[in-house]
Design a protein around this ligand. Structure first.
Ligand SMILES: *Cc1c(COP(=O)(O)O)cnc(C)c1O
Length: 402
């Protein structure tokens, strides 16, 4: 049972079929004038329309890239370099994906100033903090729509309104939210928005940056003028075709998937919190993605739990794939203000819409057994307390601890 869909997803059958001809028969370069090139160009433009339609944008506002990380880099560096003469201040949050965070660290080395807004225990920024952070020098606000580790949603519409009032460009990384909740560039009031194909059952190595008409960015890759000079290099036609199809499917199935996933998610949260002692939900209980939950269990190592679950056939993770092989405390969980010891006891579960056969009871039972086993070996677990009889936070009426 694959439960790490926030890390990546499987290419769907329909997407795969759509891509196939563009590897062999339809191999033309879209920039050429003869018929096979024109076929590739047509396929590219259909994909552009599908991506645009899925986020309520215009096709000419979609720029294909090599993935979510590149889209984030293009948005942030592209605006920073374009507007550096106007000001060198950027506002973001403490919990951005490394593709944003590392880009900002790089810009700091070039004398840009960055404000990192705190997210508090629920994982969400406060609008008041944002208002206070804005200065005459602020050129860009970049705040992710949904967090990839805890699944919380930020108040993007409201941030966008403020940015627009102040004449500041606003970018959001919608890689995790797209296909899970509504992503509409008009409603969200964004100027730039990043997407990635492989998080929505499309192929890896493809993404897009939405750039609102009238917003200008400096390109990262210079060359043959593809993507209107914003991203040079012969286009990854099969990848883009697959991404376009994945966008079309994601948009068409959004409501159905939302209902299905959020029902499983709620059942999972309820069962974990009620059956496992000292289990907690990380991030806000309400403003969250339908497919992602992140728990923490006292006195265990998340990595050990992942291995025990894997041995029972469940693939989940402790947090983001990017930080899990570094074995450092998750910066996202740390930003929630959690005890540094507790940060290590986390488990991220991200569901796929095809998780129909997912037996929540059996899974929660497996987690419970694994957690108990690890606690028996843990020096952090207080053996003298009768934890079996301590209920969770939710059941405060029967809870001996509360
Ligand atoms: C996965 C992810 C990215 C990076 O996308 P890639 O296509 O893997 O480069 C960026 N931001 C968020 C929030 C992500 O989850």
């Amino acid at each position: 049972m694959y439960l790490d869909n926030s890390a990546t997803t499987q290419v769907s059958e329909e997407v795969f079929e759509e891509m196939l001809p563009y590897f062999k028969e339809e191999f033309g370069n879209p920039s050429t004038l003869y018929s096979i090139g024109r076929e590739s160009k047509k396929a590219l433009e259909l994909a552009r329309k599908r991506v645009a339609d899925a986020i309520n944008a215009k096709p000419e506002e979609i720029f294909f890239t090599g993935g979510g990380s590149e889209s984030d880099n293009l948005a942030v560096k592209g605006i920073a370099f374009k507007l550096a003469k106007k000001g060198k201040h950027i506002i973001t949050t403490e919990i951005e994906h490394p593709a944003i965070k590392e880009t900002l660290y790089f810009l700091e080395s070039l004398d840009f100033k960055v404000t990192y807004l705190p997210v508090y225990e629920n994982g969400i920024i406060k609008i008041e903090d944002l208002k206070e952070a804005i200065t005459d020098e602020t050129i860009l606000i970049t705040v992710m729509h949904a967090n990839n580790e805890i699944g919380t949603l930020q108040p993007i519409e409201e941030i966008g309104k403020i940015a627009r009032e102040k004449g500041i460009k606003f970018h959001t990384d919608a890689v995790q939210s797209f296909g899970k909740v509504e992503v509409d560039v008009e409603k969200l009031n964004v100027d730039l928005l990043s997407l990635s194909s492989h998080k929505i059952n499309g192929p890896k190595g493809v993404g897009a940056l939405y750039i609102r008409k009238g917003t200008r960015v400096v390109p990262l890759i210079h060359g043959g003028g593809q993507e209107k000079g914003i991203r040079a290099g012969t286009e990854n036609v099969p990848g883009i075709v697959g991404f376009g199809k994945a966008c079309e499917l994601a948009a068409a199935q959004l409501d159905e998937h939302y209902d299905k996933l959020s029902a499983i998610r709620d059942e999972l949260i309820d069962k974990v919190l009620t059956t496992i002692p000292e289990a907690y939900l990380n991030g806000d209980a309400e403003n969250r993605l339908p497919n992602l939950v992140n728990f923490r269990f006292k006195a265990i190592e998340g990595e050990s739990l992942i291995l025990l679950l894997d041995a029972k056939g469940y693939q989940a993770s402790t947090g983001s794939a990017c930080s899990s092989n570094k074995l450092e405390a998750s910066p996202v969980l740390t930003a929630l203000g959690l005890d540094p010891v507790d940060v290590h006891g986390s488990l991220r579960i991200s569901l796929a819409p095809e998780s129909d056969a997912f037996d929540v009871d059996a899974f929660v039972e497996t987690i419970a057994e694994s957690v108990q086993r690890l606690r028996q070996m843990s020096p952090l677990w207080n053996q003298e307390l009768d934890y079996d009889n301590i209920m969770c936070k939710k059941h405060s009426d029967t809870c001996k601890r509360c």
